[in-house]
Unconditional design. Structure first.
Length: 154
């Protein structure tokens, strides 16, 4: 652990004070050097987090300083006191949802939603078998499939 300079806010992104970051299997693989994409060393791990916007890039239109957001960093950095996130990869955290809950949402639910809507093209009434429903993506897949009107077997 060491002190590093504060990240620069890109024109199309926001700087976020990180209140919570999640740990995904991809993060573990990246730290081990086993992930398919190798980060340049040294690097700050963490692909998703939630916190409060502290700065907005010049091209950002949908967010403002003080907004509670969660998002995907697109390159690590979430396991720090602050990080930058592209605006297109951020979403507002509704009142009543803790930042810790929101931090665990983007990758697991995004992966499940993409798999079920774009690739499997699940429709209401279809039966969906979810293997590994005890893991993050599997648990999300159960919930997303139910929301899509599928009959879930897990």
């Amino acid at each position: 652990v060491e002190d590093v300079p504060s990240p620069r806010c890109p024109a199309d992104g926001v700087k976020v004070r990180v209140d919570a970051a999640s740990l995904n299997f991809a993060d573990v693989l990246m730290v081990q050097g086993s992930y398919q994409e190798k980060p340049r060393m040294p690097f700050i791990p963490g692909g998703e987090c939630a916190g409060v916007v502290t700065e907005c890039g010049a091209d950002v239109r949908g967010l403002k300083v003080g907004d509670r957001v969660a998002g995907v960093t697109m390159g690590g950095g979430a396991m720090a006191e602050e990080c930058v996130i592209p605006e297109r990869m951020c979403f507002p955290v509704p009142a009543g949802v803790s930042l810790a809950q929101a931090a665990a949402f983007p990758v697991a639910f995004g992966t499940a939603h993409l798999a079920l809507t774009r690739y499997a093209r699940v429709t209401p009434g279809q039966t969906v078998l979810v293997l590994g429903a005890a893991g993050g993506v599997g648990l999300a897949a159960v919930q997303v499939a139910k929301a899509l009107g599928a009959v879930v077997v897990a």
